[in-house]
Design a protein around this ligand. Structure first.
Ligand SMILES: [Zn+2]
Length: 401
């Protein structure tokens, strides 16, 4: 026996789409107020809007539903902001991107899948639980976060670092996994390789040291490093990678350039230590043989930016219960699978010291961030049923009987 949803998830998603929240600029005040009002109306006892002082219009909402009995704390997390409508995208929409249009069993709109669909499903699941609070054993925390689309620094990361998020036993981060359970995503380490030489006129290049040529040696070494990484494999996210995405150097064809740079993206699989990865890159660059170019040829690597990976085994009782809920509702293999894009999960690792976290939601990230973004009603309803089933089996069953 399953509980019936306490709200109309389709109407809720349409209402959320009709409140634009593109980021940039990332003003989530109106959509946050809507979410807060919904939570209050459905019996959430503690509903708090929060915004960082650096960006007061980037409002996130935390709603807490405390049961009548002690039990685990489960966080439902989704983001409030969407990507903006790109200049070349506006004319390609076949419907009003902020109209919440329903057509042929699909709900269209900016944010319809990323990330207002999981948000609507989570709000509905929480409302359903709130109606049963007398037998609720544990706590449900709903986090509707600003700023995900620009990296989460002033959204989820700020909430976590400000101590506004409780320690949890299980976290569900709503993103597009086609209703399967993702238990990991990769981390990213960005780095800059700089090459130095000596500039001379191009009529006699042998008198100088060409930094672009020096850099080319480094780029080829990084390519071999990328190939060698194939030996490391994670069961759901695959292998680490190293990609040189940009090279820059020189100013004119008739001079030998004295500096050049390569910007690289190193994807880390779970359990790769960013410090170790930095040492690896430094070893790759140090091993590039520059002997033929003389002492003025130099390479450096640095200017690192790190964004975390996350991984869960989903072997805990709650992890197993969640997989079972997906299997129960969909009658299909729940995973776990890997998730390729990044998400706010990376900022929540500290909130589950002894617990687990998964990414879960309807649809695919391939239709997110594009024109005619949509969610199938059937998928949205399945997401909602799975969340309700999970909360019911984990926090409601066995009490008050
Ligand atoms: Zn998203």
């Amino acid at each position: 026996m399953s509980l019936q949803p306490a709200a109309d998830v389709v109407a809720l998603l349409q209402a959320l789409i009709r409140i634009p929240s593109p980021n940039p600029p990332g003003d989530t005040r109106e959509v946050a107020a809507f979410v807060a009002a919904f939570l209050q109306r459905h019996g959430c006892d503690d509903v708090q809007p929060h915004a960082p002082p650096e960006k007061p219009q980037a409002v996130s909402v935390i709603g807490t539903l405390r049961g009548a009995h002690a039990g685990p704390t489960i966080m439902l997390h989704a983001h409030l902001d969407t990507v903006p409508i790109a200049a070349d995208e506006a004319a390609r929409w076949s419907v009003d991107p902020y109209g919440g249009v329903m057509r042929d069993g699909h709900i269209y709109g900016k944010g319809s899948v990323d990330d207002k669909a999981p948000l609507a499903a989570m709000l509905t699941a929480l409302a359903t639980c709130a109606a049963q609070r007398a037998r609720l054993r544990g706590t449900v925390v709903l986090v509707a976060a600003a700023e995900e689309e620009t990296g989460g620094v002033l959204g989820t990361k700020w909430l976590a670092e400000s101590g506004l998020l409780p320690p949890c036993d299980f976290i569900i981060v709503g993103e597009q996994t086609d209703n399967r359970v993702a238990n990991a995503h990769k981390g990213v380490l960005r780095a800059t390789v700089r090459a130095y030489g000596r500039s001379v006129h191009a009529t006699n290049p042998d008198r100088g040291v060409n930094a672009v040529v020096v850099l080319a040696r480094a780029v080829l070494a990084l390519e071999r490093y990328h190939q060698a990484l194939a030996s490391r494999v994670h069961p759901t996210v695959g292998r680490p990678t190293c990609n040189v995405g940009v090279i820059a150097g020189g100013s004119t064809a008739n001079a030998v350039p004295d500096s050049a740079a390569a910007y690289l993206d190193r994807r880390m699989i779970p359990h790769e230590d960013p410090e170790t990865v930095k040492r690896e890159l430094e070893a790759v660059i140090a091993a590039v043989d520059l002997g033929q170019y003389g002492p003025e040829a130099r390479l450096t690597v640095g200017e690192y930016q790190v964004s975390n990976w996350f991984a869960s085994t989903v072997e805990s009782a709650l992890g197993q219960a969640f997989l079972a809920s997906v299997r129960h509702v969909l009658n299909a293999d729940p995973g776990p699978i890997g998730y390729l894009p990044g998400s706010d999960a990376k900022h929540l690792v500290g909130c589950v010291p002894a617990g687990e976290m998964v990414i879960f939601g309807p649809g695919t990230y391939e239709v997110a961030h594009a024109f005619d973004e949509y969610t199938a009603v059937e998928d949205l309803q399945a997401t909602t049923s799975i969340l309700i089933h999970f909360l019911e089996t984990s926090l409601l069953n066995g009490m008050g009987q």
